[in-house]
Design a protein around this ligand. Structure first.
Ligand SMILES: [Zn+2]
Ligand SMILES: [Zn+2]
Length: 318
């Protein structure tokens, strides 16, 4: 069985609007609805005369709690040579506790100072250089060359061997070269790129979907979030029930309402799946009335009501 909700009648919406508008700006009311030469009274302004068209719509409301941050996840490790460490920039959160995400300017994943660590260069085993056979002496440490010698009276040409230590390797036969991996610094350095430690903030967020095209959707959502008790709607604990009972509950129906319920439903599902969100209220279905009005002077404006005949709120761009 469905509970049918009574929509407020047009006159009472109009009356409520009239009082609010007159309280806000009586001069404007007089200018837009007054008659020259006669006393201005609010009583003369009637819905029958100034409401040109009316649409019966609906709104769906629920509230969620959202945990904001720590949003950044994952980590990355970088390995670099010593000189590159010195040219880098790092962040430190040691002793600063958890940060407020709204105050943070910059990336959510940052190189963290405390994680800088040396690691022995594997290429040179931490020596900083590599040893290779000397290319000049082919590893022997010696250079052997022929010298021409003229022997005796006949000056007979003879080649003798002349051996001397290799100057390229100081006679050792080995040559050391800068290690190309660590550029001679013996170590490589690694550091971690970690998420900034944000504080988890839980905030309440109203979610409103309405079938009427209105710029007041955000304002209505915020108002409902603050004073849900002031507006009467029908509560549902799941969308399936809402979907099957909405038409009977409202007592009217249109394509936009159907569409709105379906998009609110998929929104709801998304929040249900989101591990950072928690749905904190039941799902409310509110009747919404949209009134297209025209003042005596021809000024066009709209009035919206949300809620039942006993408890409703109004919005207007008058
Ligand atoms: Zn040599
Ligand atoms: Zn090395």
């Amino acid at each position: 069985m469905s509970v049918k909700i009574k929509t407020p009648n047009l006159d009472s919406i109009f009356e409520k609007w009239k009082e609010t508008a007159a309280r806000k700006d009586r001069k404007k009311m007089e200018k837009q609805f007054g008659t020259k030469g006669s006393m201005f009274t609010l009583d003369a302004i009637s819905a029958a005369e100034y409401v040109k068209d009316t649409m019966k719509e609906a709104a769906i409301y629920f509230a969620i709690k959202k945990s904001l941050g720590p949003a950044a996840e994952g980590k990355d490790e970088k390995t670099v040579i010593a000189s590159k460490v010195a040219r880098g920039e790092y962040y430190s959160f040691k002793g600063s506790g958890q940060l407020v995400k709204d105050n943070w300017k910059g990336d959510e994943l940052v190189p963290t100072y405390e994680t800088i660590q040396s690691t022995t260069c594997k290429k040179c085993n931490g020596k900083g250089f590599t040893e290779d056979k000397c290319k000049t002496c082919n590893g022997s440490g010696k250079i052997q060359e022929d010298v021409l010698v003229y022997v005796g009276e006949e000056q007979k040409k003879e080649k003798k061997t002349f051996t001397y230590p290799c100057g390229a390797c100081y006679g050792t036969g080995n040559r050391t070269e800068h290690c190309k991996e660590c550029e001679g610094h013996k170590n490589l350095y690694k550091y971690q790129v970690l998420p900034v430690p944000f504080k988890t903030v839980v905030t309440g967020v109203p979610v409103l979907h309405s079938s009427a095209q209105t710029k007041y959707e955000k304002e209505m959502g915020d108002d409902l979030h603050k004073m849900l008790e002031e507006v009467e709607g029908i509560k549902f604990s799941d969308f399936k029930t809402l979907d099957s009972k909405a038409e009977a509950s409202l007592g009217y129906w249109n394509k936009n309402i159907k569409k709105t319920i379906s998009s609110a439903g998929s929104d709801y599902k998304t929040y249900e799946k989101d591990k950072d969100s928690q749905i904190t209220t039941q799902i409310y279905l509110f009747p919404m009335i949209q009134m297209f009005c025209e003042t005596k002077k021809g000024g066009k404006f709209e009035i919206y009501s949300i809620g039942s005949d006993t408890k409703f709120m109004i919005y207007s761009n008058f």
